[in-house]
Write a protein of this length. Structure first.
Length: 206
């Protein structure tokens, strides 16, 4: 199973799209800054850090936004706790923030939470709970979640085994370029052909 985040690439693209005057607009923010202002501070902190691996300032602003209920900030704060960047590594806190974000409908957090439940890392292993979160993210077209949900249907983990549903989700992920889903589809159709050939050999046409 895989876990991934796309935030820092998105952060850089967003920052490059902003006018050069953004730094001046950030000066003198209010005591309770808006989520937009908080995100701008997060992005500036990540881009201007002398050492790219030092995310302490980014973590500070992410926490501000996360505590105001921003699901993207909650997800990324969870990522920092999971990886130990800018904060001490703490899987329990990572899951806490993933859950907060997932409950607000953030697909990447839903996917990561599903991975934790499937692996049984930190939380008690629960395939049904994993499949639930994969489905929530898959319905928002997150390809890795679609692929993992397909695997759940293929193996019967957390859901009733169903080859048709497995293929459906593999196809949706594969059409987005997910290589694992494409591989799984190839294996599925290859196995179908092998089974058909074996059946024909066992019962040759008259």
């Amino acid at each position: 199973m895989r876990r991934r985040s796309v935030i820092w690439g998105s952060v850089i693209k967003m920052a490059r799209a902003w006018p050069r005057t953004i730094t001046r607009r950030l000066n003198g923010f209010a005591a309770r800054p808006s989520r937009t202002t908080l995100w701008r501070n997060v992005i500036l902190a990540s881009l201007t850090s002398a050492v790219p691996q030092e995310f302490g300032e980014a973590a500070r602003w992410l926490r501000e936004a996360a505590e105001q209920g921003d699901p993207a900030a909650q997800f990324n704060l969870g990522m920092l706790y999971e990886t130990g960047q800018g904060v001490p590594q703490n899987y329990a806190d990572a899951i806490k923030w993933y859950r907060e974000s997932a409950q607000r409908g953030y697909p990447s957090a839903q996917f990561n939470l599903g991975v934790f439940y499937e692996s049984g890392q930190v939380v008690e292993q629960n395939y049904r709970e994993a499949a639930k979160w994969y489905l929530a993210a898959a319905e928002q077209e997150l390809a890795p979640a679609q692929c993992n949900l397909g695997l759940c249907y293929q193996t019967g983990r957390g859901v009733e085994k169903n080859s048709a549903e497995a293929v459906k989700w593999f196809l949706r992920a594969a059409r987005q370029g997910d290589k694992t889903a494409q591989h799984n589809l190839g294996l599925h159709y290859s196995n179908m052909e092998a089974e058909a050939a074996a059946a024909e050999e066992k019962n040759p046409p008259h």
